[in-house]
Design a protein. Structure first.
Length: 234
């Protein structure tokens, strides 16, 4: 139902559908949401109906007294998100061809635009993935195939699947121990940056990728990822 559109004049291959503009053109549309809906040929009523009446009720999502912000190996997905996803599936079931040809791709691009605005990023710098593992696999496989990167630095607190991916794609992987005593001594982000500068940066060169996390999954350490990334690049 989705097709690759060939422009023979410039031999440019684009991804789109028979009805909508190619994704590369959709993501370049400037202006506010109203302008995007108009230019993309996307029915604004669809998005209004999907979100109508949906509210986050934290008390309904408690498990053992806790509310989990992420949905992974534990914790339930928010009920409001399940309701939204079911509405999208119902919309697809009503008219599969119309949904795929006229709604799916411009809606995906609209989601990217909204996420980019929240992150203060360019829409062209974002991609939607089914899950984080899929995205990291894509990133690391591309790094291994298309860059000069041959080494990865990971931490003892790094999520297990990330460790496995690093070992799978890169020939050299070094794990840096994060002692509990050091973590307890971190009273401010600057303390983490200093520890990072002393224990990690000496092992970094132009052939190294450093696997940073915002919050370590198993230990709940809050890493100041932006500051550490800036220190690594410097």
């Amino acid at each position: 139902f989705c097709t690759l559109l060939w422009h023979t004049a410039n031999m440019k291959q684009q991804f789109g559908s028979f009805f909508n503009k190619p994704v590369e053109e959709l993501i370049e549309i400037e202006g506010d949401d109203e302008e995007y809906f108009k230019e993309a040929g996307l029915d604004k009523g669809v998005w209004k109906s999907i979100g109508e009446g949906i509210t986050l009720r934290v008390d309904e999502d408690r498990v053992g007294g806790y509310v989990f912000l992420n949905h992974g190996a534990f914790g339930r997905c928010f009920k409001c998100l399940l309701e939204v996803s079911e509405r999208w599936r119902a919309l697809q079931r009503d008219q599969p061809l119309r949904f795929i040809d006229r709604t799916l791709l411009p809606s995906a691009v609209y989601s990217i635009r909204r996420l980019a605005a929240y992150l203060h990023a360019a829409p062209t710098s974002l991609l939607l993935f089914p899950n984080a593992t899929y995205g990291l696999n894509t990133l690391l496989s591309n790094i291994a195939a298309n860059t000069h990167i041959t080494k990865a630095l990971i931490f003892s607190t790094t999520y297990g699947s990330v460790k496995k991916m690093a070992h799978h794609y890169l020939p050299t992987v070094t794990q840096i121990d994060v002692p509990l005593a050091a973590v307890k001594a971190w009273a401010a982000p600057q303390d983490v940056v200093r520890w990072f500068a002393d224990n990690v940066l000496p092992q970094v060169d132009s052939s190294t990728v450093v696997m940073l996390e915002g919050i370590s999954s198993n230990s709940a350490i809050h890493w100041p990822a932006d500051a550490l990334a800036a220190a690594t690049k410097a």
